[in-house]
Write a protein that binds this ligand. Structure first.
Ligand SMILES: [Zn+2]
Length: 307
């Protein structure tokens, strides 16, 4: 990985900010190893593997393993090796929640016989993405490895895979983090992977470069939490623990409030940077991180979308 990618990976993971990396030498890139990943059991046949990018869901079905998201460049084989510590069953299906490299790059280590599924926009963007709004240039392993790890099966609004205990429902509810955010429901388990639409309790990346939206973001979150009923547990893109639908509703309110504050700032003639400086975190949003200047590009996205 080059230095920009490493910095971007850390920023996307929320572990450090651009301001910090600008003042300190970049940490050496972590060498992919089994120890770099942790496993948490969510249900008897559902696990979350954390580390090295977005949270990966591991769903063990009668016929094989479905993975949701495949982590940073260089981590695909280690992810497959980590899955072997959970089950002897082979990985038979991969789902990508969205196009970002910290959720998709491990795809290139997936055997060609394994089905890779994504929203049609995400599938298209895999070979196209080069930047993330507010985060700059990102590494694209699909360009460096032509034809490898691409999503050949796609959906537009909803796709149901399997039935009974093994049923998976994929949903798309409109632009938010990107223009192809998939919500992955493990129906029998009452669990949903929300990807980076609900990555953490902070202002989300509104990645206009990859089809995302600021103004529509909160509505998309609400459509997901209201539209996928019978869910008790949410797996988030980057949080260290699962959340609940109630927390997802609160998060939609947080995003809507952020958007409203930015729009009020625009109306008052302020810039995106000034909107962030003037932002006040409402006390009711406990456990939320107030935005810093790294969120200014998303204030700009909102201002650009606001007539
Ligand atoms: Zn993302």
């Amino acid at each position: 990985m080059n230095r920009i990618t490493v910095i971007a990976a850390h920023v996307l993971a929320g572990s450090i900010t651009i301001a910090v990396t600008a003042q300190q030498p970049a940490a050496p890139p972590p060498t992919p190893s089994l120890d770099g990943l942790t496993v948490e059991k969510v249900k008897d046949n559902l696990f979350v593997i954390r580390g090295a990018g977005g949270n990966t869901a591991v769903f063990v079905t009668a016929s094989g393993v479905t993975l949701v998201d495949t982590k940073n460049p260089g981590w695909g084989q280690v992810l497959l090796d980590k899955v072997k510590t959970i089950t002897d069953k082979p990985v038979t299906r991969v789902i990508n929640t969205h196009t970002h490299y910290d959720h998709t790059s491990g795809n290139i280590a997936i055997p060609a016989t394994v089905e890779i599924i994504a929203h049609e926009y995400t599938a298209k963007r895999l070979t196209e993405f080069t930047t993330v709004t507010g985060r700059g240039v990102t590494e694209n392993v699909f360009r460096a490895n032509p034809g490898k790890g691409l999503a050949k099966r796609t959906f537009t609004d909803k796709l149901t895979i399997g039935s009974g205990a093994d049923q998976i429902n994929l949903y798309y509810f409109g632009p938010a983090h990107t223009g192809g955010d998939a919500f992955v429901e493990f129906a029998a388990l009452r669990v949903m992977h929300a990807g980076d639409v609900f990555a953490r309790k902070a202002v989300p990346l509104m990645d206009k470069d990859n089809g995302g939206s600021g103004v529509q973001f909160a509505a998309t979150v609400r459509k997901a939490v209201d539209g996928v009923k019978n869910v008790d547990t949410i797996i988030n893109g980057h949080l260290p623990a699962q959340t609940t639908p109630a927390e997802m509703r609160e998060y939609a309110d947080f995003v809507a409030d952020f958007v409203a504050q930015v729009q009020a700032a625009k109306k008052a003639g302020k810039t995106a940077a000034q909107a962030i400086e003037g932002y006040a975190l409402p006390a009711k949003f406990k456990g939320y991180t107030a935005p810093d200047k790294t969120s200014a590009p998303y204030a700009q996205v909102i201002m650009d979308e606001t007539k």
